[in-house]
Design a protein around this ligand. Structure first.
Ligand code: RP5
Length: 170
């Protein structure tokens, strides 16, 4: 069994420039992951094997990105009980609206947590949050991350108002 706890998959290598952000965020939190191309339409047998063996491989969450008809996240959710986070990719002339609607409109009983178009970074943060529910150290790192996010905004705010950070109340 590999040490990966998150599986990142995408329908095509053309999705990689967007999906790379998920890998970067998981690296940031030192969360081990595996990454692969699995196409719902072009490699359906591989999709079946991937989803059916994901749990026994030790995965806890799957991030699946796809564009166009975008059946990958939904099919993985159909074949596995692991939480699936879908990333709609802006791959066609519909600029991701097609993938967004395809991924988000899952039938009752088979959810896919869907993030914004091309927002693979948020998919990774959500995956880290899910894993952190059973990992206090990871949860602590998320607290630090949130504080840093806030600090960045406050710094920009101070800059905009011509103040040194901490010069005035928020
Ligand atoms: C989807 O079709 C993929 O996820 C990709 O976003 C889109 C286009 O794939 P390619 O034709 O670039 O391989 O299945």
């Amino acid at each position: 069994m590999s040490s990966a706890v998150v599986g990142i998959i995408m329908g095509s290598d053309s999705d990689l420039p967007m999906m790379q952000a998920a890998a970067e965020r998981l690296d940031m939190f030192d969360v081990p992951y595996e990454i692969d191309i699995v196409s719902a339409h072009r490699t359906p047998d591989k999709l079946h094997d991937y989803a059916r063996t994901a749990e026994q491989r030790g995965l806890k969450v799957i991030i699946a990105g796809a564009g166009g008809a975008a059946h990958l996240p939904g099919m993985v959710a159909a074949l596995s009980v692991l939480p699936v986070i879908g990333v709609p990719i802006s791959a066609t002339k519909l600029q991701g609206m097609d993938a967004l609607l395809s991924i988000v409109q899952m039938p009752a009983g088979v959810p896919v947590a869907t993030v914004a178009i091309d927002n693979a970074a948020n998919a990774a943060i959500l995956a880290v949050q899910m894993i952190a529910t059973g990992d206090p150290r990871l949860r602590e790192r998320l607290h630090v991350y949130k504080t840093e996010l806030g600090d960045m905004v406050l710094e920009k705010s101070s800059k905009l108002r011509g103040l040194a950070p901490g010069d005035s109340a928020q």
